[in-house]
Design a protein around this ligand. Structure first.
Ligand code: ZN
Ligand code: ZN
Length: 362
């Protein structure tokens, strides 16, 4: 059996790997990949940018002071670029899918090259306590970044990831890794990370996507998103995903924690808005901005931050198109644009502290 985690009672498990709940993913055939590339070439995709991807100098003083603030930390999210966000909540410095390399590819001399440098460099990061890793695609699991973080002063961050990644880390001498199945949680207890922080359950949530790192390991390791319920901020990180009913399931799963008396839905959702054209090829793995807005609605979250755009040209839409399409979709859905933010690379978003019975406001 190729999947050592196989449990026939779990719907998304297969003897040789994993599968989505609602739309089975099937690897694209060579002729489909060629058809995509041929059609894109004939149509002149991707087109050049009409406006530059916005970049600002990071607020290093704020980020570093906040990093040390312990339980007085101001909930904040800094967009480093692509899928990488520094979330500062509950006293912890959390990184999502750290990608700092020049290219997201098995080798650094080929493959998609960064259009915008990281908003914070590895050297500018505060000490990272936790990494949330969504899956093993090269634009999410970046070996160079993981090796650098493993060497940070004070030791490797705790990596929380879906089933099937521990061996990859162990082969590289990295052992502070917790694997989760969908709906399973790892609770970060007070002071478990040598930093003053709140008690925080981290739950792996389903996503409509797939995994592959080589030509022969498609769907072998699991993919997913994360719900991090910190008393000062309930954070959701979708990872890579297409639109599916998974997000209505996620809302139901957390209904008890998200009643109005408990402060309502997720305070911030990091949602992907890029890498979606052509639809016939991408729609079972990446949502477009319109679908990202539906995910936002299905989750019932207060605010969202746009990620997975503006950094690597992975698909046919122009690199600067996703925010324009998002603005149209938000207007159509009558959602104020500030609720679904598009940040500049390097920009920090500050969040109001969640108020609920278990989070006395300070
Ligand atoms: Zn992916
Ligand atoms: Zn991706």
């Amino acid at each position: 059996m190729k999947n050592p985690h196989f449990d026939p009672s779990r719907q998304h498990h297969r003897p040789d790997g994993f599968q989505n709940t609602y739309m089975s993913f099937r690897g694209k055939k060579w002729h489909e990949i060629l058809r995509w590339r041929w059609q894109a070439w004939r149509a002149g995709h991707p087109r050049a940018l009409t406006e530059p991807v916005p970049v600002v100098a990071p607020e290093l003083d704020f980020v570093h002071t906040n990093a040390q603030a312990g339980l007085a930390m101001q909930p904040a999210a800094t967009w480093i670029g692509h899928i990488t966000v520094l979330a500062q909540i509950g006293g912890l410095n959390i990184l999502t899918d750290p990608v700092f390399s020049e290219r997201c590819f098995p080798v650094q001399w080929a493959g998609p090259k960064r259009h915008t440098p990281p908003g914070l460099t590895l050297a500018q990061l505060p000490r990272i306590d936790v990494v949330l890793l969504s899956h093993n695609h090269y634009d999410h699991l970046d070996e160079g970044s993981m090796r650098a973080l493993a060497q940070q002063p004070g030791g490797m961050p705790l990596v929380i990831c879906p089933l099937g990644h521990k061996a990859w880390f162990a082969r590289r001498g990295m052992h502070r890794v917790v694997e989760l199945d969908w709906w399973d949680s790892h609770v970060l207890e007070a002071n478990s990370l040598h930093a003053a922080h709140a008690r925080m359950p981290v739950t792996l949530t389903p996503a409509q996507h797939w995994s592959a790192r080589t030509a022969t390991d498609a769907l072998r390791s699991l993919w997913g998103g994360f719900a991090v319920l910190s008393p000062d901020c309930h954070l959701f990180f979708a990872g890579d995903t297409a639109y599916s009913k998974d997000f209505a399931d996620i809302r139901r799963h957390f209904a008890r924690e998200h009643t109005p008396e408990h402060g309502g839905g997720f305070d911030l959702a990091l949602l992907p808005i890029g890498a979606y054209e052509p639809r016939w090829f991408m729609k079972d793995q990446h949502c477009n901005p319109e679908e990202a807005v539906r995910i936002f609605q299905d989750l019932g979250c207060r605010r969202a931050l746009s990620v997975h755009w503006g950094t690597f040209q992975l698909t046919d839409e122009a690199l600067d198109e996703p925010p324009r399409a998002l603005a149209r979709a938000l207007r159509a859905a009558e959602i104020p644009a500030e609720r679904f933010a598009v940040l500049a690379v390097g920009e920090t978003m500050r969040l109001a502290r969640r108020t609920s019975p278990d989070a006395p406001s300070t």
